[in-house]
Write a protein that binds this ligand. Structure first.
Ligand code: PLP
Length: 421
């Protein structure tokens, strides 16, 4: 059998056996090391996407491999009738690094959507308690695909087939201060009822890496606090160091010189460096006491293996000074891209290791596809997050030479594809 048939064979099997919701996968991957991955046909790819903002330490970090083996030899799972050292330690660490108030608590989940489901349950219970009528989410938001998280997600294409979803969720235009003031105004409250909660992403990742301004986020915090509404910041994509601090609201608080401390923080993705784990932090005693015993649960959430890995992720980020490195990546990559003087690059946006390059036309998909099939150089994994934007979400520890190589390749592909549009 020739090598190229190997991936074709897997793809046939994929299409015969897997639900078609993702379409046909572009590659059949075999293994990875650092920021490089190899497909089953032996092709090598430099990964600028990191499993969509997940593999923050690259592939197969030695210390992560070691703790996986170590913990597997002890215990992978036990029921929620019990707990273990790893899980308890992780909860404490997350509370420490998020800078939340005394009395804050953590719940472990298995994914970003699940984290947002729990946040929504807390907001809904709070809504019932205060007699609220509205929950605010933003245009272009993405909070996940489960029914609750989907109700908070903006794109109608994702939602329509499953309607009706959860009611009373109102979408207001992201980053528009006037619309924000209007939603919280006395008039709107009298007419439509009190707002019980608001969900935001500080950088709307799936929308094309679109940052909210620090001023806007600070105002969301002020208005929610004033109206006894819970502010939920979805840090699923931006959290765990991706934007240069543990959580992106910490950056924004500095920029706005304001207190931007959310009531609820949701996370997943980089927390496990690829191993499924998510978490929710409830800030302070009052929010932490909204749910009572028996009102939520998860079989796998926070099992000892997932927790051990997440503890190690945090230690590695600290030991290898990766918050700083992640923060510097935005400057480094932006400078390189500006140096290209590529006529087809219109804008660079984002923070840390979460960036988008906006192209002058709608050919991002062509660039991403071409990067996967190059013959004369290494291939590059990058995501067409929208028709005209490419998303970067590399490992925080991506090697500078490998990054340079990938950026050179990308520059050439953008030039070639831009000229042929
Ligand atoms: N929230 C945000 C901001 C996300 O970017 C994502 C996934 O991309 C999710 C939630 C959903 O996470 P998951 O796919 O782990 O359910």
């Amino acid at each position: 059998m020739t090598e190229s048939l190997l991936s074709d064979q897997f793809l046939d099997n994929y299409q015969n056996n897997m639900l078609g919701v993702f379409g046909k996968p572009a590659l059949v991957l075999d293994h990875g090391k650092g920021s490089e991955v190899f497909d089953v046909d032996g092709n090598v790819y430099i990964d600028l996407l990191g499993g969509i903002a997940v593999n923050c330490l690259g592939y197969c970090h030695e210390k992560i491999n070691n703790v996986i083996i170590e913990q597997c030899q002890k215990m992978i799972h036990h029921s929620n009738f019990f707990t273990n050292k790893q899980t308890v330690e992780l909860a404490k660490k997350l509370i420490d690094i998020s800078g939340v108030d005394e009395g804050s608590k953590v719940f472990f989940t298995n994914s970003g959507a699940e984290s947002n489901e729990l946040a929504l349950k807390i907001v809904k219970k709070h809504m019932n308690q205060i007699g609220g009528k509205r929950i605010i989410a933003l245009t272009n938001s993405f909070h996940g695909r489960t029914l609750g998280a989907l109700s908070l997600t903006y794109k109608s294409q994702y939602k329509e087939p499953f309607s009706p979803l959860i009611p009373n969720i109102e979408f207001i235009e992201a980053n528009n201060l006037d619309k924000l003031e209007l939603a919280f105004s006395e008039l709107a409250t009298q007419k439509y009822g009190q707002i019980a909660g608001m969900f935001i992403e500080t950088i709307q990742g799936e929308a094309g890496v679109k940052p909210l301004s620090a001023q806007y986020i600070a105002r969301c915090r002020e208005l929610t606090k004033r109206n006894n509404a819970l502010l939920v910041i979805d840090e699923v994509q931006t959290g765990m160091g991706r934007t240069g601090s543990w959580f992106s609201y910490q950056n924004q608080a500095v920029v706005a010189s304001a207190d931007i401390s959310p009531d609820i923080i949701t996370m997943a993705k980089s927390l496990g460096d690829g191993f499924p784990i998510g978490a929710v932090i409830t800030n302070g005693e009052t929010v932490s006491n909204i749910l009572s015993k028996g009102e939520h649960g998860s079989t796998f959430g926070g099992n000892p293996l997932a927790a051990k890995i997440a503890n190690e992720v945090i230690s590695i980020i600290e030991d290898e000074k990766l918050l700083q490195r992640s923060g510097e990546l935005a400057i480094y990559i932006s400078k390189k891209i500006l140096d290209w003087k590529n006529e087809f690059v219109k804008e660079i946006r984002g923070a840390g290791a979460l960036l988008a390059v906006e192209l002058s036309g709608e050919f991002a998909d062509r660039v991403a596809k071409r990067c996967l099939s190059l013959e004369s150089s290494k291939r590059v994994i990058i995501n067409a997050v929208s028709s005209n934007s490419l998303r970067f979400a590399p490992a925080f520890n991506i090697d500078a030479d490998i990054l340079d190589e990938a950026l050179d390749i990308l520059n050439n592909v953008i030039l070639e594809e831009g000229k042929s549009v």
